[in-house]
Structures are given as structure tokens and as C-alpha cells.
Design a protein around this ligand. Sequence first.
Ligand SMILES: Cc1ncc(COP(=O)(O)O)c(C=O)c1O
Length: 487
Amino acid sequence: MEDAPPQPSPGIPLDMSAEDFAHHFTAVTEWITRYLAQAELYPVLSRCHPGEVASGLPDEAPDEPQDFESILDSFRRVILPGITHWNHPAFFAYFGITGAAVGVMAEALAAALNVNAMLWRTSPAATELEELSLQWLRQMFGLPDAFRGHLQDTASTSTMVALAGARHARDPDSRRLGLAGRQLAPLRLYCSAEAHSSVDRAALTLGIGTDNVRRIETDHRFRMKVDALDVAVQEDLDAGATPLCVVATIGTTSTTSVDPVAEVAALCRRYDLWLHVDAAYAGAAAVLPEMRHLMNGWGEADSIVVNPHKWMFVPIDCSALFLRDPATVSRAFSVVPEYLRTPEGGAATNLMDYGPALGRRFRSLKLWMTLAYFGREGYQDRLRRHVQLARDFAGWLGAEAGWHLMAPVPFSTVCFRYSPEGMDPSAADRLNERILEKVNATGEAFLSATRLNGRYVLRLAIGNVRTESRHVERAWHLLRSVARDES
Ligand SMILES: Cc1ncc(COP(=O)(O)O)c(C=O)c1O
């Protein structure tokens, strides 16, 4: 006789019971509350060695269910030491992100609802809140009414989606024929030498090819040279290539330089090119009337990306993509099999039509809650503080022998280096590498570096909502004392 198939165990709650959930969630909430209040007690940069976290955990999933306390214990003992604390107020590397308290709560609510906002009907609120909060953002930034926005996970995806729209506008048949069947000459993209690598990623993802990204030289302030851009476009036309799109940046990753977007927009009009503006970090500064001039010309773009998860304190991931003509992007992406047809038709937006992913998180909840919580004035206050802190830091550098500001400071990021009088530039490169390593090893601050004009340069980027002047002062103190010890 054959064995009876295994039967489900009777009497086991299918998910955690409500009583257990209330008990454990209270412990989790208490932990988060303490963590957010005391994040600065942790070393900013994780001190883990490669493989350490994984080797601290079983290398196979358990057969038996584990109790939640032991799971939480592993989180504390093994996982936490492997965390680099982006929520630390002295996180000054790259561009900081903050999980503001309100955003943490929004994420918990979104996780509880766990909706998939692929279609309007799969959660009308998720779609409508996304459209509404993007409208709020557009108004806060002073962008023209013509733009409609939606969310992507990251600026890299937003830029890729925008460029797919650009290609569709130029060559609608590429959607059907793919790369192999395309009859057009190679498409060309243009961006400055300082533009983010997401442009290259978009080119390789879309099959445009990284060789077809032309990086245009920059001036002494790291801004795209529009006359060089003009020459490049003309050269490509003469060679029979197809210029497609210019990506101009407001707030480049290394120095936060601002391309002359209005001039680039005029050139794009002249050559009938799509203009995409990458304002992933610095676009947030448009909430400040005194900074609006830095956004000059972005209202003429075809697409703009700003990451509220960068300088607007919304927990990662939250990237806003504004489109002048969303229909072009939806025509580039929309694929509606029978099982996804809905009766709403054109009366409702189906967000699955605006990018490569079908399933979508309820990202707009954290955006909407965070925008509502801080309000326009709350953002203005915090961003002004950051800009002022960066200016203070730049001022301290200027007043101290051997320290040099290496780029203008339009926003809240400072590029600098230590190079005592008479030191060979390559020796100064190595000295700054050591300074960075030593300062980061203190665990009290975390900075990153870049290269400008071939020289190694330190970067201090202020963008965490909890950063106070004492954190910047401490970083400056550490930098000076390490520089003294190392030289
Ligand atoms: C100017 C700029 N654009 C794009 C990106 C990519 O952002 P994401 O990580 O959201 O893809 C960055 C990242 O720092 C950036 O600085």
C-alpha cells in the first residue's frame, strides 16, 4: 500500500497570531525609536570584513520554524554590525539619504497593505496618490503644469525610461523590430564628462550601446560646454548617425555642477533632440526660491528626474520622473495581455504602462506622508541649513593653510583636498587617500572621494535630516588632526 501524502499540520496559525504580532512589533518599534534617536552611537561605516555577515548565519534555510526572538537576536548580533549607517548624521559620503521617522512609519503601513499598484484597480489609492504627490512635488519645484510625474525605484531606472521614451518618439518601429530589425543609423546620446554613469547604463540596457554615449567636455566649473556639444551633434549628423537626446545635469555627482540647461534646451530645439534633465540630487533645491535660478531652463525639458530619496528625506527607493508627454513613454512600454485588461479604459492610469516593471510598490504613500509632514516650509528650513553648513565648511577650508576648495559649492556638497605648500600633486593624492581612510576608520564620520582634473579629491556631502553643525565641526576636526598626523 502506498504511503498517505503528508497532511498539513492542524492547529498552527497560518501567519503570526495577532497577539504575537502586537508583542513583537512593539519590540521592533521600540528598537527603531531608540535607533533613530541614537544612530550616531554606531560607527557610520561598517567595520565588517567581506563574508563576515554571511558566515555568521546558517548557510541553509531552517527546516523548523524559528521563533521571532531568535531571528531578532540574529538581526542585532550579526546583521547590524554589517550595516553602514546611512541614517547617521555624520554620513557625508556620496549623496546622503535619510529614512525620516515619518517615512519609516509610511513604509510600515505600506508593508502591511502590501498592495501591488500595477493597475489602477489593483489599488486605486496607490495610483491616485502617486499622481497627486507628484503634482505636489511639481508645484513645490515650480515646474510648468505641462509635466506629469510618476515614480520609479531609482534615478537610473527613471533615466532609462526617459531615454526609452526618447527613442520611441524618434523611432516607434524599434519597439516592434528590436535592435536587429532597426534600419536607422546608430542613435547618439550626449551628456557631460561629469554626468552620472546611469546614462551609460541606460544606453547599454536599451541596446543603444555605450560607444554611442558622447561625453562632452566641461569648463573650469565642470559644466557642459555647449559649443562642444554643438560640434559633436554636427559631427554625428555629418557622419550619418542619429542624434537622439541630451542629458543635462543639475547637480553632478562629483561636484554638483550645473550644466547650462537653458542653452542646452535651445540647442535641443534647434536639432529636434529630446532633453532629459538629471536633477536626481539637486532638484530638491528648487523648493528654495533663492536657488531656483540654478534650475533655469529645466522647464523646457522633455523629462526630468529628481530623487525624493536623496535630499527630501523619503526612505529609499523613491525617484520622481516628470514627463512632458507621458503618452510617448506609455506607448514605448505598454503591453496588455488579456489577463490585465480592465474596463476603466482611458479614465484611469495604469502605472504598469510607464516602465519595464509590472508589479509596483506603494511608494507614493511614503512620498505623500513625508511631503505632508515637512511641508514646503519644513523643507526650505532644512535645505537652507544644509546649504549654510556646506558654506561654513568651505569657509573653514579657505581659512586654513594647506586646505583647498576644489570646486564651487552651489548646493550642500564640498570638494576639497589637503595639499601643503610645495607638496608634489601625486604625493598629495596619496596623502588624501590616507586621510580619507583614517577619518572613515574612526567611525565618527564617513566621507567619500572623487577625481577632478586627474587629482584625488575628498567630498563632504550634507543631506541627512538629522545633521547638525556639531557633526560637520567634528568631521572638520578629524580631518585636520588626521592630516597633521599623516603629513
Ligand atoms: C546626478 C545623479 N544622477 C543619477 C544618480 C543615480 O541615482 P540612483 O541611485 O537613484 O539610480 C545619482 C546617484 O547618486 C546621481 O548623483
